[in-house]
Ligand binder design. Structure first.
Ligand SMILES: [Zn+2]
Ligand SMILES: [Zn+2]
Length: 241
């Protein structure tokens, strides 16, 4: 766990048989209007919530969980989080929100083979990832939350309803699994993925000024070289054509 800057906390994922996403908590502590970005993998609530509390954050100050997207490694822990923080709302992009509300778990598991494997391994039943979504995002929103302003950017490709959160003043980008450090990008072969859209999304992110990159997995980048995301898009272009 670490404080990236005032208003941004990072809790590193702890990969299991399958990856566990990082979790970020955004918003200034004194605002008591905090937001958790992604929940992580099943069974990973305890250490994440303890880490958050060790930083002096009261769990009830977490007013919402915003999903960068709803793959299992990001949403698997949501039932546990909702149990521990019953007042927290769930916000997600409208496309994946519709699936969550209908109990359509194709995006959660990404592919049938993976679904069977995970359900067996973790004892998950059909339909447990059915949730009501309190706020459906579409991209283009400017969220004034926790004493900060975060822009929502719809960046489909890795999944249909992937979003990034961007703090323009601080030049912080939280892109989910769309782009990582070390010129890596998220996979683009799962349910709802689209390589062309992934390419467009990378290029749109490439237009932003980004100093701090906080992706869903692997290392975070505190000093992003200028042009980094565009260069990543260039390198991947031939595979996304
Ligand atoms: Zn993902
Ligand atoms: Zn992920």
């Amino acid at each position: 766990m670490s404080q990236i800057c005032e208003g941004v906390v990072f809790i590193e994922g702890r990969d299991d048989m399958i990856p566990d996403s990082h979790v970020y908590v955004i918003g200034k502590t004194e605002s008591k209007d905090l937001t958790m970005i992604d929940a992580g993998l099943m069974g990973k609530a305890d250490y994440k919530l303890s880490s958050i509390m060790e930083l002096g954050i009261e769990l009830e100050d977490i007013r919402r969980v915003i999903m960068t997207h709803t793959h299992l490694d990001h949403i698997g822990c949501l039932p546990e989080i909702k149990e521990r923080i019953p007042g927290a709302e769930l916000w997600a992009h409208s496309i994946e929100a519709a699936s969550l509300e209908q109990g359509d778990e194709r995006t959660v598991y990404g592919m049938d083979m993976f679904k069977n494997m995970c359900q067996t391994q973790y004892g998950l039943k059909n339909g447990i990832f059915t949730f009501e979504v309190d706020r459906k995002l579409n991209g283009g929103e400017s969220l004034a939350i926790g004493g900060m302003t975060w822009e929502v950017i719809h960046i489909p490709g890795h999944s249909s309803g992937s979003i990034a959160l961007y703090e323009k003043r601080l030049e912080i980008l939280i892109p989910g699994d769309v782009v990582y450090a070390d010129y890596a990008i998220g996979r683009f072969d799962l349910h709802g993925a689209d390589p062309h859209k992934h390419n467009d999304s990378l290029r749109r992110l490439g237009d932003l000024k980004v100093k701090i990159l906080l992706p869903g997995h692997n290392r975070i980048m505190g000093e992003v070289p200028s042009g980094y995301i565009l260069e990543t898009a260039e390198q991947w272009g031939p595979y996304l054509a």
